[in-house]
Design a protein around this ligand. Structure first.
Ligand code: SF4
Length: 421
């Protein structure tokens, strides 16, 4: 069984749509979206950001189309973009039509602020004729006032009904090429709304927690919402909406899918121990330097930085490669096997060099090239450290003894545990 299958519900069946070359729904890989923060009329600046987003893991990028300059910019951006482009539309029907004219691969309409049925039908008919999908992007913060009143607020039912009303307008012109989002900034509301949407529609769902805010809170909120739904099999495409450089959004989206086993790892996965009483190095600093160097070289491996050679290589034996400190040395290991011992000040450099060699030659070849005597040297270092630090380097036994003494002091004379019968 794949790791990804262990705790994941089967993905809910949905229809398939395509945003440009990217399939969404019906078992297609879950895609990552982000949005540019440049003025769309700034073609060079927007394209540069789109390339950065694509490099960080975005499969699809959305750009606002809020004025004539933006629409004209899209006409130049779309043919030069490395990923499909979606135009974000609010309020102005003419911007939706202009974006379609510019050749965008998808539209996002907000039913809360593009409200006239005849305008909605007009855009849907034009999208139908051009074969362009639309996201019905319901947002709790801009819910139609009638629905707000009917449901007494932005409830899951209100958000889902907003999408249902929009779909009905689309159906009147025979348009069904749709995905749906029901976003809010409140995580429990998001989870409940998407559960209801998933039970109501068979269209693909675009997941997100809107206005999640700056790091790290925004990341945590969004991960909590999106990951919960993905583990239930809900969701076909995702976006982190962070108050940060959008590259962080793309990175986070990609990373979340990778750690859930829903997309193959494309880049580095750096794991590092939290460090404890055994370590002799600054693990945070070493991990940071290693991460920067490995990311700069786009090393697509799982790499471990461990604070001690006593436990590090064993605890991180699943990693492709790692380094563990001890006795002023770096113990380089591949799949848990020590292959080289280097001076501590060279450990990051040695780690990066070996990682590059693994990428070029493969793990088996690099295991075969291990230094003779490295395992024995590491074993000797472990022994010395055990001797110096003892089995309990964190002095947990002392703490446990103190806890027992404290609890013993508190024990009532009666010898009972003090709870009421
Ligand atoms: S025992 Fe070693 S590897 Fe584990 S947390 Fe402590 S320093 Fe890190």
């Amino acid at each position: 069984m794949e790791i990804a299958e262990l705790n994941m519900a089967p993905r809910r069946p949905t229809r398939r749509i395509k945003v440009g070359s990217v399939p969404i729904g019906d078992g297609a890989p879950i895609s990552v979206q982000s949005m540019t923060t440049t003025k769309t009329g700034d073609v060079a600046g927007t394209l540069q950001q789109i390339y950065e987003l694509a490099g960080a893991g975005a499969d699809i990028v959305r750009c606002t189309c809020n004025d004539a300059e933006a629409a004209e910019g899209l006409a130049q951006i779309v043919p030069r973009s490395p990923v499909p482009i979606i135009a974000d539309i609010h309020f102005h029907v003419e911007m939706a039509l202009a974006a379609l004219e510019a050749g965008v691969h998808g539209l996002r309409l907000n039913p809360g602020n593009l409200r006239k049925p005849e305008e909605i039908r007009l855009v849907a008919a034009e999208a139908r004729d051009r074969g362009v999908p639309i996201r019905v992007g319901v947002n709790a913060g801009s819910l139609h006032p009638d629905l707000y009143k009917k449901y007494g607020g932005a409830t899951p039912e209100a958000l889902v009904e907003s999408a249902r009303i929009e779909l009905a307008y689309f159906a009147e012109v025979g348009f069904e090429d749709v995905k749906i989002s029901v976003k809010a900034s409140n995580v429990p509301l998001v989870v409940a709304a998407y559960r209801l949407a998933s039970a109501t529609f068979d269209h693909p769902l675009h997941l997100g927690v809107t206005e999640a805010g700056p790091l790290p809170g925004g990341l945590i909120k969004t991960t909590a919402g999106i990951a919960t739904l993905l583990c239930e099999g809900i969701g076909d495409t995702i976006r982190f909406s962070l108050t940060a450089d959008p590259v962080e959004e793309a990175r986070a989206g990609r990373k979340l899918l990778e750690v859930l086993g829903l997309r193959e790892r494309k880049g580095l996965d750096l794991i590092a121990c939290p460090s404890c009483g055994r370590t002799e190095i600054d693990v945070i600093d070493v991990a940071r330097r290693a991460q920067e160097a490995l990311e700069a070289r786009k090393i697509p491996l799982q790499v471990a930085v461990m604070g001690c050679v006593v436990n590090g290589p064993g605890e991180a034996r699943g990693a492709d490669i790692g380094i563990a400190a001890g006795r002023h040395k770096g113990h380089l290991f591949i799949k848990g096997k020590i292959v080289r011992v280097v001076p501590e000040e060279e450990m990051v450099e040695a780690l990066v060099t070996e990682a590059e060699r693994i990428v070029a030659e493969g793990i088996e070849a690099r295991l075969a090239a291990a230094d003779v005597g490295a395992e024995a040297e590491a074993a000797a270092d472990r022994e010395v450290l055990f001797g110096e630090q003892g089995v309990d380097a964190n002095r947990s036994d002392e703490v446990v003894a103190k806890i027992r003494q404290t609890l013993g002091d508190l024990e009532p004379d009666s010898g009972t545990d003090g709870t009421d019968a």
